[in-house]
Design a protein around this ligand. Structure first.
Ligand code: ADP
Ligand code: MG
Length: 575
């Protein structure tokens, strides 16, 4: 957790002020009982009214001063803690933005969300506690003991008996509670996972009639968490009665022995009253320390989880000052590329070589799992390859900055992803400063205008979270429009026409042609009709290139291609 607190640096000044204020407040609290005992001893007992007024006035001033310090320090520590939480969430989020897909696979989305929200809140809460207690608890404890000894050393023996008993009780309670607190954090993680899966998979769950099963699963996780929380709180709640018992018994003992000493004339009434207050302060500070010690393990479990994220170095490093090109635009070359997913036994791609240039369409066809998407995902450098080179405009993608490389690319992923917002917002995602005209044109080419106009607010219609209120084919067309508006040098379509009917598919490809004359197009498709008129067709089989050529050439020389073709087209269509 210490490691996380180094991010508190920007708050050095306010933290210094808070600690100073708490220091002053604690001093005032330590001073008040002494003032009170003075009033009783020298004022009331002697009937000296002006003296009572004088010391009473000082007491009032000290109390008000202490309260003002307490208010300001509470306010400031709340601000510091909230600011710190904001800073940490930003840090984690920014760090995660640099993750390659591999790191996402590793930690898991659910856990990343919990870590950015709940875990940071835990650390934030303990920070408030520490800021408030770090100075005041030891001061009240040690200062209280000194003041108590000062008032009456013999009576301090009562504390010597009570404090160890109280400390022992606190220790017993804390050692039972701490492991449960840690367990709670894991159970919360699990609850989040179940909830997230249940919400995201709602369609599948309903269609397979697994609602009861999911309910049960959620119930189990929920009950599990609740039971642990109840147990922890029961244990922690027992601290209060124990404390009160110790308080009250020690008060009885102090009054008992104190009255004897007063009787004997070796102690004054005011001192006895002050002594009781110091005893209370000492015991109270012990309880505070114990609460911090219970909260710290819980927060440090959270801190470890946050650190895990922050310490995770993305495998792929961005070249901030990467090379740039001016001479070439839209050239893509794979040079003997071999790639395996982390942990996979066999390479997903082996020895892939081909090149594509502006004005050309390169089509990739092949069975599912043959590595088509993998190949496309390597061009924007979502993963790094094992051997070989991928050149974009003559430069290795590893030597370019991500921003520069990706600004050249318009990617339409296999699984169309839309963001909540209007349709226009979603298309504008491809180019921030796109004009309405450009957006309308992109939608036109993507054959999306017709259905957009049918929607209640046209381009201003809202897309629901995850794009659930448009069909699969509509989603595909919107994500194609998003790539088009960018006017990139390289278009990458990963099976982006699969959810379109044949007619729309043909219309879209005809419109695309005019749009992409000066760009490089690399597309993956399942349908032969989609790839037929490409300049180059790459036939993939089990991560290797089986054959390359035009439709005509491949019909003659490639068995794999002929197989694909004959499974889709009739004899006349082939000829
Ligand atoms: P295609 O797009 O041709 O259907 P992919 O390129 O998606 O095939 O997948 C090729 C192979 O790589 C498959 O065997 C698949 O199991 C594997 N694969 C795909 N994505 C991942 C991933 N994120 N982690 C590990 N293996 C993967
Ligand atoms: Mg694919």
């Amino acid at each position: 957790m210490m490691k996380l607190f180094r991010y508190l640096k920007p708050y050095r000044l306010p933290i210094g002020i808070i600690l100073a204020l708490v220091f002053v407040q604690s001093l005032s609290e330590l001073y008040l009982p002494t003032l009170m005992s003075d009033i009783v001893n020298f004022g009331i007992s002697k009937g000296d009214v002006p003296y009572i007024w004088q010391i009473g006035g000082i007491m009032l001033a000290v109390a008000i001063g202490g309260t003002i310090c307490a208010i300001i320090s509470s306010y400031m520590s709340a601000k510091v803690a909230m600011g710190y939480g904001k800073l940490m969430r930003g840090k984690v989020f920014n760090h995660v933005q640099h993750f390659s897909l591999q790191e996402f696979d590793q930690i898991g989305t659910s856990s990343l969300i919990t870590r950015t929200t709940n875990d940071i809140t835990q650390v934030q809460q303990v920070l408030v506690m520490i800021l408030r207690m770090m100075i005041s608890a030891p001061m009240m404890c040690i200062g209280g003991i000194i003041m108590a000894v000062n008032k009456d050393a013999k009576l301090t023996l009562v504390l010597a008996v009570v404090i160890p008993i109280l400390a022992l009780a606190i220790f017993a309670v804390a050692s039972k509670g701490i492991p449960l607190f840690k367990a709670m954090q894991k159970k919360l993680d699990h609850l989040n996972l179940v909830l997230r899966e249940g919400l995201i998979g709602i369609r599948v769950i309903r269609s397979f009639n697994r609602t009861t099963h999911e309910k049960q699963r959620f119930n189990d996780a929920n009950t599990d968490l609740t039971q642990t929380a109840v147990k922890v709180n029961r244990i922690m709640a027992s601290l209060m009665p124990i404390m009160m018992l110790a308080f009250n018994f020690s008060t009885i003992a102090i009054i008992w022995f104190g009255s004897e000493r007063i009787n004997a004339g070796s102690m004054q009434v005011g001192d006895l009253m002050a002594f009781i207050q110091y005893a209370t302060q000492i015991m109270f500070s012990l309880v505070m320390v114990s609460i911090i010690f219970v909260m710290i393990p819980r927060a440090s479990a959270s801190a470890t989880r946050i650190n895990e994220v922050l310490d995770m170095e993305p495998v792929i490093r961005d070249q901030v000052n990467g090379k740039q090109t001016t001479s070439q635009h839209g050239y893509v070359e794979f040079d003997r590329v071999t790639f395996s997913y982390p942990g996979a036994e066999n390479p997903a791609l082996s020895n892939i070589s081909f090149s594509a240039r502006p004005g050309e369409t390169t089509a990739i066809i092949g069975g599912t799992g043959s590595g088509k998407s993998t190949m496309l995902n390597l061009i924007p450098r979502f993963y790094d390859i094992d051997s070989g080179r991928i050149l974009v405009d003559g430069i290795d993608v590893r030597e370019m900055s991500h921003d520069y490389l990706r600004s050249k690319i318009g990617l339409v992923p296999q699984k169309a992803v839309l963001f909540s917002g209007t349709i226009a917002d979603n298309i504008r995602y491809g180019k921030q400063d796109a004009t309405d005209e450009e957006i309308r044109h992109a939608a036109d080419v993507a054959q999306a205008t017709a259905f957009i106009n049918e929607m209640p607010d046209g381009f201003e219609s809202m897309i629901a979270q995850g794009g659930t209120n448009v069909s699969g084919g509509q989603k595909q067309r919107l994500s194609i429009a998003r790539a088009l508006v960018r006017k990139p040098e390289i278009y990458i379509f990963d099976d982006s026409f699969s959810a379109l009917d044949f007619k729309t598919d043909a219309k879209l490809r005809a419109a695309l042609k005019g749009e992409t004359v000066n760009s490089t197009v690399i597309l993956v498709a399942q349908r032969v009709s989609t790839v037929m008129d490409a300049d180059r067709i790459i036939v993939m089989e089990e991560g290797k290139i089986a054959d390359v050529g035009t439709h005509k050439e491949l019909l003659e020389k490639s068995d794999v291609y002929r197989e694909i073709v004959s499974s889709q087209l009739s004899e006349e269509e082939i000829a």
